[in-house]
Design a protein around this ligand. Structure first.
Ligand code: PSU
Ligand code: MN
Length: 289
């Protein structure tokens, strides 16, 4: 089956209600519309679910007490029977256990600006779990060059889908290069197979620029990002609260424009991930024949 995993931190911590549930449903519909099968991953009452029913998705989106669940929080969710939205790293861990090879998210976590050792566990997961992860670049709130250096160190290829430039989430441009440009889902699958056949166990990170109509230029975004980062610092926000704080604050500062971009890029990524999953599946069938 051509399955596309979908994360859930974006629903529980990244977007406000009711847009979160709407987006989750739209992403699932987008994956199905492309002919693949969506599997939203999350903890419900301490159990890890790979694929949610409509009712489960609604419960998750409306639950007040939800853990932001990266890999180190899995045992907490289980032991305390909690609801949990899985981060990119958490979702990848679930994929590793369930054999899912393709995953769509918004933006990966990375190295935060001017904060010692705030390095997302997403980067660790990308270094160690062999699968294709589709994103719109790293969240622009991060230190992008440091994030890209880390990915290079960990042998994670950064594929630009139809672009030579690493996209910066809300913006199509960042000024930084990807490690390779590929222009179709089939090419991405051939590339991923070659990567793993070369003996590597890292993920292939596909950076898919958001549609031009929804993009916000880097110069327009940067003052808001700087302000939000400064406020987080001044208010002593730290640890796992940093990312949700920044996303929400930037949404306020841009009068909701950044959230529109966020929603558009998530859907755009779900569609590309579905094409990749279908192509990977066809490839596996050919090999088995
Ligand atoms: N991208 C978004 N919204 C989000 C996130 C990413 O558009 O909410 C989430 C992802 O789940 C990602 C997490 O894995 O933020 C990173 O958090 P941290 O920086 O604390 O590792
Ligand atoms: Mn962090």
């Amino acid at each position: 089956m051509a399955i596309v995993a979908l994360e859930s931190t974006v629903l529980t911590h990244g977007l406000p209600r009711p847009q979160n549930l709407q987006l989750a449903q739209d992403m699932e519909t987008a994956v199905r519309g492309s002919g693949a099968v969506p599997a939203t991953i999350a903890f419900l009452d301490g159990r890890l679910h790979v694929g949610l029913t409509d009712t489960e998705l609604e419960r998750l989106a409306n639950e007040d007490n939800v853990l932001k669940a990266g890999p180190r929080d899995f045992a907490t969710a289980i032991a305390k029977k909690l609801f949990g939205g899985t981060t990119v790293a958490g979702t990848m861990l679930a994929c590793k256990h369930s054999g899912i090879k393709v995953f769509a998210t918004g933006g990966i976590g990375g190295v935060h600006r001017e904060s010692n050792f705030d390095i997302s566990a997403d980067l660790q997961a990308l270094a160690n779990i062999p699968m294709v992860v589709v994103c719109a670049g790293a969240k622009a709130i991060l230190d992008l060059p440091a994030t890209l250096e880390y990915l290079e160190t960990m042998s994670v290829p950064v594929v630009g889908y139809g672009t030579d430039e690493f996209p910066a989430f809300y913006s199509r441009e960042s000024g930084f290069d990807v490690s390779v440009r590929l222009d179709s889902a089939e090419e991405i699958v051939r590339f991923a197979m070659a990567h793993w056949e070369a003996g590597l166990h890292s993920a292939v990170l596909v950076a898919n620029p958001l549609p031009e109509t929804e993009a916000i230029s880097r110069s327009e975004m940067e003052p808001f990002i700087e302000q939000a980062n400064r406020e987080a610092h001044d208010q002593g926000i730290h640890g796992k609260e940093v990312t949700p704080f920044l996303l929400q604050r930037i949404n306020e500062l841009t009068n909701g424009k950044s959230m529109q971009a966020n929603l558009a890029l998530l859907l755009n990524n779900a569609r590309l991930a579905a094409q990749i999953a279908l192509s990977l599946h066809a490839n596996q069938l050919r090999k088995a024949a």
